[in-house]
Design a protein around this ligand. Structure first.
Ligand SMILES: Cc1cc2nc3c(=O)[nH]c(=O)nc-3n(C[C@H](O)[C@H](O)[C@H](O)COP(=O)(O)OP(=O)(O)OC[C@H]3O[C@@H](n4cnc5c(N)ncnc54)[C@H](O)[C@@H]3O)c2cc1C
Length: 455
């Protein structure tokens, strides 16, 4: 009954009242859902509650996908994938979190301290060089949206600002804003993001909120009572007029329809074959949208005590040659109720290089170099750390999708389009307006389930 309430709540905030069971329910063969992330689970939940037989095939030995809550440290729960509900007002996830009883703690981008790698603590108030450069970058971005020629975002912004004439400090700030406004938000290098479409997403109003007891509360709730097969690495999906056949490394599953929620990065890697081949428009969307060439990288560090400012965010304006180096830190002491820990972010190409080529201790050393540039040589060594590498994860291959130079928003519709009434698609990358987010995954999964129910 409680689950039904969740579905009703999410449904009402998504697309209106829950529709009744339709023709699909009469079919004996199950709908096969590939992937037990948010998109797959909300869809499976909706189908199951409508009386449709559904089996979820998940490669990993856990559910949640890019929602991955670590409880390695008994006294500090850490989200290694998604952390925030972005915009808590009207967001279906806020309703879901309320049904689940998950506690939310808001964070505020206006609560921050900023440090330049060479100059130390930066003034950030009215009249500061910091605010002036932020304004110039925002204006250059806006001009890029309207320009007759599409370019890579970084080139477009640099050309408009005339970066060749900037001082060293100004150039560091320019790089910093490119990373924090663009690379981080969209998990793609600002050199690769489209100057026209990089920020074409919609957003919900309200502050952003984290779930200190773990984002996975939402997916575990949705998963209750579902037939989920873990450790099923899908390698091939075949379909014809009689149904679908899905091969995994350990067996074969037959179904009436299949809902594919594989991350775009996995589709780009070609590790799952489709027979017959996907339509040309879908293949083009997979090739041109971005995911496998970018990442947002996270590192969690624990310390013996807090040595940093009592604000939500710490900013490190990195040296020009190290653009993307630990430029933002979330103060976990504030969201966790006092545990001395920091969540550091690496962006753009720098993040890709670190994830691909550096050992954990090298990444930690780089993080410490940034923190010592901010707070001095006396900063103590961390006592422990956790480092996910999403770009190296074969079941993600990146953090989330972005609009690469040459891609268009319409390509997301092509990615979402069903094929011959047998193959359905969902996942954050398929949502034209809310891609790159958990709520986008949720909306896409719901929409795909509704389409399946309509037959
Ligand atoms: C570091 C990071 C930080 C983020 N921060 C935020 C945030 O703060 N807020 C926010 O809203 N969003 C954030 N996101 C994005 C968000 O996590 C995703 O948009 C969302 O979780 C995607 O859900 P999904 O169901 O589309 O895909 P996924 O969660 O990736 O689910 C797809 C599933 O398919 C499975 N799979 C892959 N390959 C196979 C295969 N061959 N066979 C079977 N199964 C397979 C995967 O294991 C996975 O479980 C972040 C992501 C990352 C990586």
């Amino acid at each position: 009954m409680r689950r039904r309430q969740v579905i009703q709540t999410v449904a009402t905030s998504l697309v209106g009242p829950v529709a009744g069971r339709r023709a699909l329910a009469a079919s004996a063969a199950p709908v096969l859902v590939i992937g037990a992330g948010m998109a797959g689970l909300i869809a499976a939940r909706r189908l199951h509650d409508a009386g449709v037989a559904v089996t979820v095939l998940e490669a990993r030995e856990r559910i949640g996908g890019r929602i991955h809550t670590s409880r390695l440290w008994p006294d500090l729960t850490v989200d290694l994938g998604a952390s925030w509900i972005h915009g808590t007002q009207s967001n279906p996830l806020t309703a879901l979190a309320a049904e689940v009883g998950a506690r939310l703690v808001t964070t505020d981008y206006d609560s921050f301290a900023s440090f330049d790698a060479r100059l130390g603590r930066l003034p950030t108030g009215r009249g500061s060089e910091y605010l002036a450069m932020q304004q110039r970058v925002r204006e250059a971005i806006r001009a890029g949206y309207r320009a007759p020629r599409e370019q890579g975002l970084a080139a477009s912004v640099r050309r408009r600002i005339g970066s060749g004439a900037l001082s060293g400090a100004e150039r560091r700030l320019l790089n910093h804003f490119l990373v924090s406004l663009a690379d981080d938000e969209y998990a793609g290098d600002s050199a690769e993001l489209s100057s026209w479409y990089w920020d074409s997403a919609d957003s919900y109003p309200g502050l952003d909120a984290v779930l200190p007891e773990g984002y996975d509360a939402l997916v575990h709730h949705l998963a209750q009572g579902l037939d989920i097969r873990l450790g099923q690495v899908v390698t091939q999906i075949r379909h014809d007029r009689n149904g679908v056949q899905v091969d995994t490394l350990s067996g074969r599953f037959n179904g009436s329809r299949v809902l594919v929620t594989l991350p775009l990065g996995v589709l780009q890697a070609g590790s799952v074959r489709f027979s017959p081949a996907l339509p040309a428009a879908k293949r083009e969307a997979i090739a041109r949208l971005g995911m496998d060439s970018g990442v947002l990288s996270k590192v969690v560090l624990r310390f013996p005590q807090v040595f940093w400012d009592d604000v939500d965010w710490l900013e490190h304006v990195a040296p020009a040659a190290r653009q993307g180096q630990f430029h933002q830190w979330l103060n976990l002491a504030r969201v966790s109720g006092g545990t001395p820990a920091l969540l550091g972010f690496l962006g753009g190409r720098y993040a890709c290089e670190a994830e691909a080529g550096w050992r954990d201790d090298e990444i930690v050393a780089d993080a410490m170099a940034a923190l010592r540039a901010m707070y001095g040589a006396a900063v103590p060594e961390p006592t422990a750390w956790q480092i996910p590498r999403w770009s190296r994860d074969p079941f993600a291959r990146g953090a989330y999708s972005f609009n690469r130079l040459g891609a268009t928003p319409a390509m997301r519709d092509a990615l979402a389009a069903p094929v011959q009434g047998r193959l359905f698609f969902a996942g954050e990358a398929t949502h034209r307006k809310h891609f790159a987010t958990v709520h986008g995954a949720c909306l896409s999964g719901w929409t795909a389930a509704e389409a399946l129910l309509q037959g």
